[in-house]
Design a protein around this ligand. Structure first.
Ligand code: DX5
Ligand code: ZN
Length: 217
């Protein structure tokens, strides 16, 4: 059996209190902390950049899983390494030279991931499997939390088969909740990103709710 990890996305957390939010989700059993970086260009939303990620770093005791929704990526790789990202994931759609980007991420000392938008077929990741530690299948069009789930079961199944016994995580992100998680885990996902299902609209009033949701997923 596969170990399934939960990576809550702090995109749905209280932006004025990240230290407390990160502590709460980790206390409640989060395996990784998922950090969504958006540039207002690759996606129609802006979140935070390397200085904010660096500020989160001392509060993350698990794994800081940084999902870049920016283009270009290459000029910022060293800044995210310096900020302390453990995993740095770039979108295959973000530039014309994805091998160069993934190699640069590894060379900077991070674990490289490649993300696929819902409209991008599984095949786009196949030439990259020797370069990555993680493939991220988006189950919404990236940009916002709380969007409706898009079924990517077939894509996940194809990628799980292609990964075989390699040590590559298969992560899904967008609309993951206790209703959608079981089907995609059965298809082969082993890391579940969940924003709104974990944070329930940014409430920090009852940290135990994160644990309940994490356990339910
Ligand atoms: C979407 C981000 C996700 C987002 C998921 O662009 O990449 O990580 O936070 O949020 P939910 O779980 O609410 O769909
Ligand atoms: Zn994400």
């Amino acid at each position: 059996t596969r170990t399934v990890r939960i990576a809550p996305s702090i995109l749905s957390a209280d932006f004025a209190d990240f230290a407390r939010e990160i502590r709460a989700i980790e206390d409640q059993g989060a395996d990784w902390v998922h950090v969504d970086v958006m540039d207002g260009h690759f996606v129609p939303n802006i979140t935070f950049g390397p200085p904010a990620v660096k500020a989160f770093r001392p509060h993350v005791r698990t794994v800081m899983d940084v999902h870049l929704m920016i283009a270009p990526v290459d000029p910022y790789i060293d800044a995210f390494a310096e900020a302390g990202a453990d995993i740095l994931t770039a979108h295959v759609e973000a530039g014309p030279h994805i091998h160069r980007t993934l190699q640069a991420i590894r060379a900077a000392g991070m674990r490289p991931g490649v993300a696929l938008n819902p409209g991008t077929p599984a095949e786009a990741a196949l030439p990259l499997l020797d370069l990555v530690d993680l493939v991220l299948v988006m189950t919404v069009n990236p940009g916002f939390g709380g969007q409706a789930y898009l079924d990517m079961t077939g894509k996940v199944r194809t990628l799980r088969a292609a990964i075989g016994d390699r040590e590559i995580h298969l992560e899904v992100d967008g609309g993951i909740d206790p209703g959608t998680a079981p089907g995609i885990v059965t298809a082969g996902a082993d890391v579940l990103v969940a924003g709104s299902a974990v944070f329930r609209g940014g409430s920090v009033e009852a940290p135990e709710v994160y644990g309940r949701n994490i356990a339910a997923i």
